[in-house]
Unconditional design. Sequence first.
Length: 132
Amino acid sequence: QLFRRAADCFRRANDPNAALGAADQILALPGVSAESTAAAWLEKGEAFLAAHRYDDAAAALQKAMIVPGTTAAVARIKLALVHVETGRDKLRSATTPAEKAEAQKQVDLGQDLLSQVANKPTDLPAERDAQQ
């Protein structure tokens, strides 16, 4: 729990590298629960986002979705936003029709993920809270 708090504090203090280090400490601990592991991957994803490392963020956020619940719902939303934002960035700089089509696919993927989250029936109160 302390490492998670440290990772969050480092990220909020605009020190994504320190946040990544704290999240790595959680992942290196033996016997960590699946929920804590998922939360550590979410912390890593958020730290990668803060460092503008979008591919790494996407990979970490996908790992954060391993356990159903609030962490997975939040990770799915953040992953969707990564796709939308990077796709839009690519659209702005695209010069060929192929580049534009590829960028639009990424935006569409992000929007589809957001739709899935919005339309997913939630069984757990925590998931409903995250969905709101």
